[in-house]
Write a protein that binds this ligand. Structure first.
Ligand SMILES: *Cc1c(COP(=O)(O)O)cnc(C)c1O
Length: 431
């Protein structure tokens, strides 16, 4: 199938533009419609030549587990609603803590993605800092709360700004610290930290893949009793790979971390994780009571995230981890990165400009000028051979390549590059 649907397939979607039928439709008919029309309008991100955004593929262990557990349709809110979900969440939490080399007291909540996981981490941090100032925001709300200082690097992901605005911290009233040419926060420009500071760092810039320098600043933050949240959506997995974990040095000194299993780990959507080393603060931030809620001495999943009812998504993470083993996770992380490096080297040789240091999965590519780069991206996107996205980097138009599917082979990369070179030539620039 083409990596991106052909225009006929997209036009055929108009079949869904109908009013809700009065009479029931058979399941067979529903599935036939989806299979015949829907399938053709999907994006082949489970194949080896999808390099858009930072998406990740889906390993068979996790896909098959999803099919089975979807049939179970478990609600992971409470132990008494699903003992199996509770048990597996507990095991996943333990495995992740060990794999990522996090402190013994770290707890995990299983949630839709890094956007929501960051909200949880920043919420816990906000509440902690306000309680340092003698203010109980859970009870009193933000109306008369003392101010806290929010420090963020200019290279932070847009979902962090969104989380801050949802949490009442505003997305403009922040201390924005300039980033270096790779999007790393300039440690030397971070202002004094204190016990009223929420500091947000990043493991894996969405464009360049760059990691902030955690060790020194986290040590300082710990001394000052500031709260550090790390957005590690796809990059945090470097901590599970001995040949890459120099990137995450000192990261375990933070207070909370958000990451995705649906990106680098190749688990299905939607699988985000909030990790926090202050269980009480996280759980208190999510607190809820109701006479019918029966808490258990076993793990109750709803205590760690905002939702009550939720699907038992952790089982897919468990299956992915069990399927790979710790050695397999490490190899997966290493392989994705090695392929990104190969991609960058081959493109460079073919005359493309590589704008970033390729440190983890991401490659930023430029072709002559803004206009030509943008036009090339458009042609690649409709080619059906591969798919790449675009962005602005240092005010220049760039092509973003993200290697994050286990399916991608060196042959896929070669084929994609041949396509890019050919399309480049069709722009009349390479002759
Ligand atoms: C993808 C991504 C996010 C958002 O994660 P979702 O799982 O899409 O909610 C946040 N930060 C970074 C660095 C990302 O790559």
């Amino acid at each position: 199938m083409p990596v991106f649907p052909k225009s006929e397939a997209l036009q055929a979607l108009s079949i869904f533009d109908e009013d809700l039928n009065h009479n029931p439709t058979s399941t067979d008919e529903i599935l036939r419609l989806l299979s015949d029309v829907g399938s053709k309008a999907t994006v082949a991100q489970t194949g080896g030549r999808y390099f858009g955004f930072v998406n990740g593929g889906i390993l068979p262990s996790s896909l098959c587990t999803k099919w089975l557990t979807d049939a179970w349709d478990q609600n992971a809110a409470l132990y008494v609603i699903s003992p199996i979900a509770s048990k597996i969440e507990e095991i996943c939490e333990r495995w992740l803590r060990k794999l990522l080399k996090f402190p013994e007291e770290t707890v995990a909540g299983f949630i839709s993605g890094s956007s929501t996981a960051s909200m949880c981490g920043l919420l816990a941090g906000r509440n902690y800092l306000l309680s340092n100032l003698g203010y109980d925001v859970t009870k009193s709300g933000l109306f008369n709360a003392p101010e806290i200082k929010v420090i963020i690097g200019e290279g932070a992901h847009s979902t962090i700004y969104k989380a801050l605005s949802i949490l009442g911290l505003g997305n403009e009233r922040l201390i924005k610290v300039p980033a270096d040419d790779q999007g790393r926060i300039r440690i030397d420009l971070i202002p004094e930290l204190d016990n009223q500071t929420l500091l947000i760092l990043q493991a894996g810039n969405v464009n360049t893949g760059a990691f902030d320098a955690f060790e020194g600043i986290c040590t300082k933050a710990n001394k000052a009793r500031a709260w550090v949240h790390v957005d590690g959506a796809f990059g945090l997995w470097a901590a599970a790979c001995p040949s890459m974990d120099h990137l995450t040095k000192g990261l375990s000194l933070a207070d909370s971390w958000s990451l995705d299993a649906h990106k680098t780990l190749n688990s299905p959507y939607d699988n985000g994780i909030i990790l926090c080393r202050h269980k009480e603060i996280l759980v208190n931030a999510m607190h809820m009571t109701g006479s019918y809620v029966i808490y258990n001495e076993n793990r109750d999943g709803m205590l760690y995230t905002p939702e009550m009812s939720k699907r038992a998504r952790a089982i897919e993470i468990w299956a992915t981890l069990k399927g790979l083993g710790s050695i397999g996770v490490s190899e997966l992380v290493q392989e994705l990165h090695s392929k990104a490096v190969y991609f960058a080297d081959q493109l460079h040789e073919a005359g493309f400009e590589i704008l970033n240091e390729v440190v983890f999965n991401q490659v930023l590519v430029r072709y002559h000028s803004d206009e030509k780069t943008e036009e090339l991206i458009k042609r690649i996107q409709i080619s059906g051979i591969c798919w790449v996205g675009g962005a602005k980097w240092s005010e220049k138009s760039v092509m973003r390549i993200s290697v994050c599917s286990y399916k991608t082979t060196y042959t896929d990369i070669d084929k994609s590059i041949d396509n890019m070179v050919l399309l480049g030539k069709s722009l009349g620039l390479n002759e």
